[in-house]
Design a binder for this molecule. Structure first.
Ligand code: SF4
Length: 396
């Protein structure tokens, strides 16, 4: 007997084709999508407008994938981090960032990461595997359960490089974007990349209309080769050209992520190089002060250095948003998501939220769009992850 497959790995058109092959009308796919993604049902038996015969056929061939949260950490002002155990024991993390009326979910796309950026915890344990569409949408469905309402923004900036798992990420976006799925508008998605040129080119060819964010962090090949080894394969000029082509193809506005690290990438020359790239791509810059990762040698910049860097960018007419990376008390800040190794067991727990919380908070500055991270009390999860319009980006 063939092993059952996860029905949530199927796009709407794939499900329709499956149903036709079972002698069922294709329109049933929309009804099934509604049960899976709008009503969040966990068993085929609950699909009350589907015939018993079809439910039995589905039951024979499929299971309904769900993620199990093994740990939930909550900061005092509402940011929450969830650790999910996948079916094979791998673990990934998702972060939920409430901010006013926004509920942004920072999604993981891979267990581990093969790119090993020098400042990031996600690459420390190496690459395990790609997440499936079901495991990606499952993070959002879990948060829907926690919040009791739709997340407003989805950012692919958690563990892993989204464009290294292109098909599954694109599939998950289509499911969540579909009116019959979660109905989340394309402009609410931001896909972040460390600079995977073929992936950017592929994205340009799809009509997804999502936001693209480039995790830059260094502005010369020499410096970027050291911080982000992927740059040895896809050098800066190639990446910027791919981004230009993405914009020319009708892609939405771009953002550049720049993690400021003390004595590494915080000079006036760095700011000038960043400004030149930002102007070329007509991109906004999200400036993030580095958050320490245990075992890594980097240090956060002084507040004064951050302010100076912002001033240098603004003098060069670059739109910059300073993000104060928070959530250190739950290791939910930029670059800190590491998951836990296979086989580990931890009890679900909550922190007291005594320290500064939140994933990243914009600091209001004259002449700059300001946003504050609001406080929200999330409901407890039943069973067991940044922003808006256009959503900023924080991490690949
Ligand atoms: S910054 Fe992104 S691409 Fe680099 S190691 Fe971390 S998760 Fe991977």
């Amino acid at each position: 007997m063939t092993a059952k497959k996860d029905i949530k790995d199927l796009a709407l058109n794939e499900l329709a084709a499956e149903l036709e092959s079972l002698g069922e009308p294709a329109f049933r796919a929309k009804q099934i999508f509604a049960w899976l993604y709008r009503r969040g049902k966990a068993t085929f038996g609950e699909f009350s407008d589907i015939s018993r015969g079809l439910r039995d056929k589905l039951e024979e061939r499929y299971f309904i994938g769900r993620l199990e949260a093994v740990e939930r950490l909550r900061s005092g002002d509402g940011v929450q981090k969830f650790l999910f155990r996948l079916g094979d024991g791998n673990r990934v993390e998702t972060v939920l960032i409430p901010s006013g009326t926004r509920r942004t979910v920072c999604l993981s796309t891979q267990a581990g990461c093969r790119y090993r950026c020098a400042f990031c915890a996600s690459g420390l344990g190496g690459f395990q595997r790609n997440l499936t569409p079901s495991e990606i949408t499952g993070q959002v469905l879990f948060v829907k359960d926690v919040l009791g309402e739709e997340p407003t923004n989805l950012v692919f900036m958690g563990m892993g490089e989204p464009l290294d798992n292109f098909d599954n990420v694109a599939g998950a976006v289509r499911i969540m974007n579909a009116a019959e799925g979660m109905g989340i508008a394309a402009r609410r998605f931001t896909i972040s990349t460390c600079g995977i040129v073929p992936g950017i080119e592929q994205l340009a060819k799809l009509d997804l209309q999502v936001n693209l964010s480039l995790s830059l962090h260094a502005v010369t090949d020499r410096q970027r080769d050291r911080l982000m080894p992927v740059n040895r394969k896809y050098p800066l000029e190639e990446i910027v050209r791919a981004c230009e082509a993405y914009l020319e193809s009708g892609g939405r506005m771009m953002t550049l992520e720049y993690t400021l690290i003390r004595d590494v990438n915080d000079t006036r020359n760095d700011a000038e190089g960043l400004a030149a790239i930002a102007r070329r791509l007509r991109a906004k810059v999200n400036l993030i002060a580095y958050s320490p990762v245990p075992g890594l040698e980097f240090a956060p910049p002084e507040d004064a250095a951050v302010k100076e860097f912002v001033r240098w960018l603004e003098e060069r007419r670059v739109q910059v948003t300073e993000r104060r990376s928070k959530g250190a008390d739950i290791a939910a800040a930029c670059g800190q998501l590491a998951g836990h190794k296979k086989g580990e067991t931890r009890e679900t727990r909550e922190t007291g939220g005594k320290r500064e919380t939140g994933k990243a908070e914009k600091r209001g500055r004259p002449g700059r769009k300001a946003e504050s991270v609001g406080t929200r009390t999330a409901k407890e999860p039943r069973g067991s992850g940044r922003r808006d319009d256009p959503p900023p980006a924080e991490r690949t």
